[in-house]
Design a protein around this ligand. Sequence first.
Ligand code: NAD
Length: 325
Amino acid sequence: MTKTALVCGAGGFIGGHLVKRLKREGFWVRGVDLKFPPFAETEADDFAVGDLRDQSFCRQITDRRFDEVYQLAADMGGAGYIFTGEHDADVMHNSATINLNMLDACQKRNMLGVFYSSSACMYPEHNQTDPNNPNCAEDSAYPANPDSEYGWEKLFSERLYLAYNRNHGMRNRVARYHNIFGPEGTWDGGKEKAPAAVCRKVAQATNGGDVEIWGDGTQTRSFLYIDECLEGSIRLTRSEFEGPVNVGSEEMVTINQLVDIVADIAGKRIHKKHIPGPLGVRGRNSDNRLIEQKLGWKPSATLRSGLEKTYQWIERQVHRNRVAA
Ligand code: NAD
């Protein structure tokens, strides 16, 4: 029999890619989002446009049982959206309401379980002050002290999904994503994240020109290519392990190094111009001991290989916009 999947947030970056991946595996897929994917036609068999903050809409889209349910919808963006403080109330209210509604609807429909995408932003700020030695082991989460309201909402929702496991016998799965990037993600407009923003700035720069970087560029991060994010998410969903578990890369770089790699891929000499901007923690890296132990798998692709594909795609978008202007 054909397997079925429900993907909430299917108009977004990771959800859009997840729909494609599940279609390749032969699933019948229903996608749900406020909007269709902006960069490519959805491959979902059925796509419901609507608001998951509306409980009756959540009941409508769960009108049947699905073999797999992925809940990726969230009010989210990069540092320019999450760390300015201007969107705190929306981020908390919107994302928590989505999770409360969806999980309740799935439980009432007797759905087996839901995959939930939490974030490394839930880790305590005090463990991420040293750029060379951040601690993001899963068991370092408590006592909790995320540096953003986005992180606090993720922490609340993680606990919500795991409480439904305990009290309602569900098989919910919780992953903590660390900076996912790739083609067909937001690349301008204020919600883009560092890899996409850097690719755009380098693509727009003239040879020898300036590229603006928020902060001194010595803050560290790791970035995970979209294909490996999907692999980890699907493996976790189909495993006996409920999480929470990191889904991220262990290849930590400074933002300055990230810019250098992208400039090298572009074949451009650029000048890094450091300007004030929202930053987040000083250092963050994935700790992959638990995922390897529980799933017998961990991400292994290099940052450069993912950036090559991402840069090519963003360069095309920049060029297309220039032609259209
Ligand atoms: P995204 O913003 O591209 O996708 C989220 C989607 O949710 C959007 O298409 C948006 O329209 C949809 N949405 C928001 N509010 C909605 C509502 N009320 N009803 C229906 N749909 C709604 O983000 P993404 O990068 O694809 O992230 C997917 C998930 O992974 C999110 O939960 C995010 O917090 C989590 N995550 C992502 C990253 C990353 O680096 N991209 C890192 C950590 C965690």
